[in-house]
Design a protein around this ligand. Structure first.
Ligand SMILES: Nc1ncnc2c1ncn2[C@@H]1O[C@H](COP(=O)(O)OP(=O)(O)O)[C@@H](O)[C@H]1O
Ligand SMILES: [Mg+2]
Length: 269
């Protein structure tokens, strides 16, 4: 075979092989890209599902807590007032006009107070009350319940011009607050609960501090079965793109800080 033909054949083979190789590379690249894209979509879908699941759970937990408050309030306050009013009425003695008048006045007061408390309670029954009231008033409402149920000194400060976040995130923030306050009531043996909200352009920061006995955080990093409530709060914060930090000093109290970016890169879309 003449030298020139051999060279042409070799060039053709080399060219074809290079083209085939390039083609194969491109196909594998496309294949890899498609797989990664699918994986990303799947992960995003999973995150969205987790977010929706946690949202629903938070909503249910808020309802449960509301029912607990309400049954306690009916039992401890409204029920007591009505029983007292009934006692007054049944011990009225028409032969003692002075006593009669006082009892009527007392009973009127008691029934009036019971009606007032009932009206307040029915406001809290609306399932959308956080959306209706906004976060600030919902927190005040929660603190009022806490004050009523125990001997707590509570302090609530809101700094900066408040703005609404989307309903879903406000709900999760409120639920985290409730859980933290429950922990204080259950574990802290404190007298004070201090809540601070700070609205800035970039983020909303919520801090909840108690002056109770504090606790050791080490097991949180070592034992997966310890602190499920705290882990749950942490996961929920992460799902909405927020930071969650808990710090505690034995004998001095505990503090929980939640920072929610205003434009959170979250999974709701
Ligand atoms: N404010 C607090 N003060 C003292 N101890 C706390 C406080 N919050 C949490 N803890 C401790 O951390 C533990 C884990 O809390 P959590 O995850 O909410 O679980 P649970 O409340 O179901 O015990 C509690 O059992 C308690 O020992
Ligand atoms: Mg708990």
């Amino acid at each position: 075979m003449p030298k020139e033909s051999r060279e042409i054949i070799i060039t053709l083979i080399a060219g074809t092989s290079t083209l085939l190789l390039l083609g194969a590379l491109m196909i594998s690249f496309l294949f890899l890209y498609r797989n990664r894209h699918r994986k990303l979509l799947r992960e995003r879908e999973q995150l969205k599902l987790s977010y929706e699941r946690e949202l629903l759970k938070s909503q249910l937990e808020i309802q449960e807590q509301t029912f607990r408050h309400i049954s306690q309030e009916i039992h401890d306050n409204i029920g007591q007032m009505l029983s007292l009013a009934k006692l007054n009425l049944s011990t009225m003695d028409p032969s003692l006009p002075d006593n009669l008048e006082q009892k009527i006045i007392d009973s009127k007061k008691l029934v009036g107070q019971a009606i007032y408390d009932l009206r307040n309670l029915s406001h809290g029954l609306s399932t959308d009350y956080i959306a209706d009231m906004g976060l600030v008033r919902a927190i005040e409402h929660e603190l009022e319940m806490v004050r009523k149920s125990g001997n707590y000194e509570t302090l609530f400060e809101s700094e900066g011009k408040s703005y609404p976040l989307d309903k879903q995130r406000e709900l999760i923030i409120y639920r985290i607050l409730q859980e933290t306050v429950n922990n204080i009531i259950k574990h802290a043996a404190s007298q004070k609960i201090i809540i601070h909200l700070h609205y800035s352009q970039e983020e909303l920061t919520l801090s909840i501090t108690d002056n109770g006995k504090g606790f050791d955080l080490t097991p949180l990093n070592q034992d997966a079965s310890f602190g499920l409530g705290i882990r749950n709060m942490y996961n929920r914060a992460q799902l909405m793109g927020a930071g969650f930090k808990i710090s505690s000093t034995l004998g001095h109290g505990t503090s929980v800080v939640l920072s929610v970016p205003v434009e959170a890169a979250n999974t709701r879309t």
